[in-house]
Design a protein around this ligand. Structure first.
Ligand code: ADP
Length: 398
C-alpha cells in the first residue's frame, strides 16, 4: 500500500475521535463528524462560531488561557468540559498542538475523546467508596458503642453482685446476734434446774426482746426486698401534710418526752394539701423523726415545709442532737449501716430505717439527702412532687 496516496481528509472524517481545528482566537475552522456528534450540533451551528460558545463561561475562560499557551507553541493533554446542545456537560480528554503554516498563519489542532461515561463511572465509584467508608465508620462507631454498653452492664452486674454479697453478709450478722441471745438464754434456763424466779423472768425478757428484734429485722428486710423487686406500687390520695405530721408527733410523743425534746412544725406552705402515698410518707416521717429524737437530748426536732421549683416540696427534719461525721454521711442510706457509737453498741434499731426511707422517697419520684455537723445536729431533707400520679409502677431501685 502506498501511504502517499492515502485520502487523509477521508481518514479524519472517519476517525473514532473528535477533531477540531481552531484559530488562536478560538474561531472554529473545522470539526469532524464525530466532533459534531459529541457536541450534538450540525456544522451550520458550529462553523463561524468560537470554541467558547460550546462551553460554560468558567470553562471558556480556561480555554482562552489554553490558547494563549498554544500561541507559545506549548503542546498539552488535559480534561476539559464542553456543553452538549441539550445543555448537558460533556467531559472530554483533549490533546492539542500548534500547527504553523508557511505563510505564518497559526492554528490549534485539537483531538477530543468523549470521556463522560468514564468520568461518570469514576464519580459513581468515588461516591460508592465514600458511602462505603461512611458505613464502615458508622458500623465501627456502633460496635464501639455496643462494646461500651456491654462493659458498663458487666461492671454494673459485678457491682450489684458485690453489693448483694455484702448485704447478705451484713444480714446474716444482724440475724445471728439476737438468735445467739435467744439460744444462749434458753440453754441456760434448761440447764439450771433451780432457777431464781426473778432471774428466770429477766432471762425470759431477754429472749422475748431478742425475738421481737429479730422480727423487726425480718419485717424491714421484707419491706426493702419488696421495693427492690419492683412489686410495690404507690397509692396516692389527697391529704393535708400538717395533719400527717400531727399524727407522727402523737405517735412519737412518748419517745420525744423521754429524751426531753420538743416537736415543732414550721409550715411555710401556702397550701399544705398534697396528693401522695400517705402510708409511705408517714413511714418516712416516722423513721426520720424517731431517729432525730433518738439522738437528741433536751433539744428541738423541727419539721420545716417549703415549696420549691413549682410543684415540688421540701420536707426537712432538723434536730439538735449528736450529729453525724462527714465521712459517714455517704453510707447512711445503705442497709445495715450504723454510724458513730451505734456502729458497735446499738441493740435497738435495725440499720434498715434510712435504706427503706430512701427507697420510699424514690418510689414517689423524690429523693433524700442529709447534712450534719458533729455535736450540733442533723438535717434530713426529703424532696417530693406535690402530686403523684395514680398507681405509679415502681422501678427497681438498686
Ligand atoms: P437504725 O434502725 O439503726 O436507726 P437507720 O437506717 O434509721 O437505722 O439509721 C442508720 C444510722 O444512722 C443510725 O444507726 C445512726 O447511727 C445514724 N443516724 C440516723 N439518723 C440520725 C440522726 N438524726 N442523728 C444522728 N445519727 C443518726
Amino acid at each position: 500500500m502506498n501511504l502517499q496516496n492515502l485520502p487523509f481528509d477521508l481518514i479524519v472524517e472517519r476517525l473514532n475521535d473528535g477533531v477540531l481545528i481552531v484559530g488562536l482566537d478560538g474561531q472554529i475552522v473545522y470539526a469532524n463528524p464525530l466532533m459534531l456528534e459529541i457536541l450534538g450540533h450540525e456544522w451550520e451551528d458550529v462553523g463561524g462560531h468560537t470554541l467558547f460558545d460550546f462551553m460554560s463561561p468558567e470553562w471558556a475562560e480556561r480555554a482562552r488561557e489554553n490558547l494563549k499557551r498554544r500561541a507559545k507553541g506549548i503542546e498539552e493533554r488535559f480534561d476539559h468540559q464542553f456543553l452538549h446542545s441539550s445543555g448537558a456537560p460533556i467531559w472530554a480528554m483533549v490533546s492539542t498542538r500548534l500547527l504553523e503554516f508557511e505563510d505564518g498563519e497559526q492554528i490549534s489542532l485539537v483531538a477530543i475523546r468523549d470521556i463522560t461515561a468514564r468520568r461518570k463511572a469514576e464519580h459513581e465509584l468515588r461516591a460508592l467508596k465514600e458511602e462505603l467508608e461512611e458505613r464502615v465508620l458508622e458500623r465501627t462507631l456502633e460496635l464501639e458503642h455496643e462494646v461500651q454498653v456491654r462493659r458498663e452492664a458487666e461492671r454494673l452486674a459485678l457491682e450489684e453482685s458485690a453489693t448483694k454479697t455484702r448485704l447478705l453478709a451484713n444480714m446474716s450478722h444482724e440475724l445471728r446476734t439476737p438468735l445467739h441471745t435467744i439460744i444462749g438464754y434458753t440453754e441456760l434456763m434448761l440447764e439450771e434446774e433451780h432457777m431464781d424466779p426473778d432471774e428466770r423472768t429477766r432471762d425470759l425478757e431477754y429472749v422475748l426482746s431478742s425475738g421481737r428484734h429479730l422480727l423487726d429485722i425480718i419485717e424491714d428486710i421484707l419491706d426493702i426486698s419488696k421495693v427492690e423487686a419492683g412489686e410495690e406500687t404507690t397509692r396516692p390520695t389527697e391529704f393535708r401534710l400538717t395533719h400527717l405530721l400531727d399524727e407522727v408527733g402523737a405517735m412519737l410523743s412518748h419517745a420525744l418526752r423521754e429524751n426531753g425534746n420538743a416537736f415543732l412544725i414550721d409550715n411555710r406552705l401556702e397550701d399544705d394539701v398534697v396528693h401522695l402515698d400517705r402510708l409511705r410518707l408517714k413511714q418516712i416521717m416516722l423513721n426520720l423523726v424517731s431517729n432525730a429524737t433518738r439522738y437528741t437530748r433536751g433539744g428541738a426536732v423541727t419539721v420545716r415545709l417549703v415549696e420549691f421549683a413549682g410543684g415540688h416540696l421540701r420536707i426537712a427534719v432538723e434536730d439538735e442532737g449528736r450529729g453525724i461525721a462527714s465521712e459517714d454521711i455517704g453510707s447512711l442510706f445503705e442497709p445495715f449501716v450504723r454510724v458513730g457509737a451505734d456502729a458497735h453498741e446499738s441493740k435497738t434499731g435495725t440499720g434498715l430505717g434510712l435504706a427503706i426511707t430512701k427507697r420510699y422517697c424514690e418510689m414517689m419520684g423524690g429523693k433524700i439527702r442529709a447534712v450534719s455537723e458533729l455535736g450540733r445536729g442533723s438535717t434530713f431533707t426529703v424532696e417530693l412532687p406535690r402530686v403523684l400520679n395514680d398507681a405509679q409502677a415502681v422501678e427497681k431501685t438498686t
